[in-house]
Design a protein around this ligand. Sequence first.
Ligand SMILES: Nc1ncnc2c1ncn2[C@@H]1O[C@H](COP(=O)(O)OP(=O)(O)OP(=O)(O)O)[C@@H](O)[C@H]1O
Ligand SMILES: [Mg+2]
Length: 219
Amino acid sequence: MEGTSQWVTDEILHDGAEARTIAGIWIGTNAVMKIRRPKGYRHPSLDSSLTKRRLFAEARILVHLSNSEMPIPELLDFDEKTATLVMTRLSGVPLFNILRESTDFERVSKLMYSCGKMIRNLHSLGVSHGDLTTHNLLCDNHDSIQIIDFGLGRLAPEIEALGQDLQVLSECLSASHPSHSNAMDYVLNGYKDGNEDGLDKNEIITRFEEIRGRVRYHG
Ligand SMILES: Nc1ncnc2c1ncn2[C@@H]1O[C@H](COP(=O)(O)OP(=O)(O)OP(=O)(O)O)[C@@H](O)[C@H]1O
Ligand SMILES: [Mg+2]
């Protein structure tokens, strides 16, 4: 699709091992094109099935959430042959950058509370994310949180996948943002104040604590 007349490339946002993400204009709309690339070192058929699974997971979840209030991109186009998705471009910047730059602890605690609430709302809609790092949470200029990158997400997840979401974020915060040492406490406060629908939040938090204990114990 890149190179077709309805797409005009603006800049490359991220050139990762698994996908290249490009910002541009899609039929007049600010958009992001994400092209998944097969990994050379994996077996070709396994590789294409993994690529395909992530491509479809992301598309399916964006569609599943499209009528909700979740701040996520809108899916604009999808092409299985070229493993490409096109979605609207969100205005936020990665939370990673903000946590790295900010020493305003009150602002950061509010942001982390909002993340927790947003994650709970996502879970209550029957979706796990699978890769909740501070690169996949964006923050707009009103300090609202947006969520992207659903390739490892699942529909109708089990408690374990939901506990894992909290664990992945907790690990990311301690590894990448050690100066915000209480950040996860605010996430959990937000999570507890999120939507009541869906799997029991206390059970999910308990599962997160169990997973964290296992990881700490076994290293
Ligand atoms: N819809 C979007 N709006 C604005 N920025 C985006 C959007 N999608 C992606 N980005 C930017 O591009 C970066 C990479 O995108 P994304 O996280 O989807 O890909 P990835 O991490 O390479 O994918 P994956 O982990 O699925 O292989 C993001 O961290 C974000 O900065
Ligand atoms: Mg990402």
